[in-house]
Design a protein around this ligand. Sequence first.
Ligand code: NAD
Length: 540
Amino acid sequence: MLPRRVLGIHGFSKRCLSTRATQILSALDIPTKGEIPGVYDGRWKGSGDIFESKCPSTGEVLARVQSATPRELEESIRASREAFKVFRTVPAPQRGEILRQIREAIAKYRKELGALVSLEMGKIRTEGEGEVQEFVDICDYAVGLSRMMNGRVVSSERLGHSILEVPNPLGVLAVLSAFNFPVAVYGWNLALSLAAGNATLWKPSPSTPLCSIAITKLVSDVLTRNGIPGAVAGLVIGGKHVGEAVVQSTDVDMVSFTGSENTGRQVAKVVQGRFGKVLLELGGNNASIVMPDADLSMALPSVFFGSIGTAGQRCTSTRRLYLHKSIADTFLERLQGMYAKLQPGDPLVSSTLLGPLHTQQAVALYENAIADLRSGGAELLCGGSRYVGGNSPLADHLLGGNFVQPAITIPRSSSPHEADLWKKEVFAPILNVAIFDELEQAIEWNNAVPQGLSSSLWTRDIRNVGRWIGPEGSDTGIVNVNVGTSGAEIGAAFGGNKSTGWGRESGGDAWKQYVRWSACTINFSDAAPLAQGVDFSTTN
Ligand code: NAD
């Protein structure tokens, strides 16, 4: 028998758990010794490759997690299908009651889960807790939804006929999620999927397995208490190969994928190739536009949060800043002042605003992007290197972390038509700035990139607002006014256009994708006429 591989996403390391990590894991009942099973289909298991979870702030190995073998994945998918057969018959309001209990369980551990997100993903604590709050919020929403997932009655052109549009449970939903929102994205999907009566199988990012194990434990406890099969909310930890196998499986009715454009493109082709349903939430390349009449005391902190929050690793992070020429100098001077005061630190400490990048690979991407900007003649106003060595403001225990200095740059060319750098999402705190004369020009730049997730306009002029949100305005899925690009609420459908994938999750009408729709024509008359008056009568 071949020995199992240890796949340190971040390299091989020996485990020796700090008090800092021990307290957070113990509070959530996650073992602090030995290998942890990363597959759940009603029972915990995992005999595939071992994945190391590594703290981005310190470099410490937090856990070694057992992933799914191909056979275990098959078993999990089968268990999900069986669980679906049970769950689809549970009346929707009862499913809502189960969701209410899940909401309570997650809310009870809001602080602990938030700390775990911070520890394992690297975002600062308040953002970690905010992410857990999103899970709670979407559960609230879905509890209500469970009594409102209504179809409708459509008038029939035929006498004594009625047409019903009926939503039924869809089947098995696979959720493939990214590292940067290791809790909320699953929450958005799970809540709607449970309300809809589906079984959900989660394949999270292999670099944040502990968040998914903690959440799955809380959810499975609720399911068990209610006599519902655990595989209604299954989990398979694994890397690319497990993801590919999930996507290929014809036993998976719908794939909800959150991740990079490159992976999303592959996933979309495979799922559409087998005529499955696919929902894509891919990369963002989001712009803020600041007009001369903007209230800078509001715009500045929002742009600051948009570009620095989660160390630039939100899909909605502000990556492009378009400043009107009349306020550009003032804005940049004040923004640079805010950047200058920023100190990196332990994301678990409440005063920290800048945490680490998630991995060493992300640091390399950041460094490559900075090198490209420099060689392309960009002016670097601040930042541009990692925090290392003796002059680093980092405490000793953070010297093994992935900390980089947020950068503001002015590329030589302002137009995405002339410089490719504007067209790519670099998942790091790099803010590229350009200066414009007229709003039309800024909107043109805003729309001239492949991605279409979020955008924001800062103005007090209602005419600008009308232009911005209208047919000649921003083409992104999220179009804000006097609100930054980052930080959406759950009530509206969330998602982006163009190469962001056109997917919509969370609120609004997003739930309608998680059900199987049937148009049912019911004839309660004594005749059987054809539609459109077609006459197919026979003589006998
Ligand atoms: P990624 O594409 O590397 O990975 C996403 C998921 O896909 C992971 O679970 C990964 O294991 C899996 N995977 C990798 N290769 C696969 C394959 N061939 N088939 C099936 N699954 C595969 O993304 P990431 O680096 O974890 O996340 C960052 C990206 O996610 C950024 O581009 C960000 O903008 C995007 N994102 C988008 C949203 C949104 O709502 N639009 C939200 C969060 C993150």
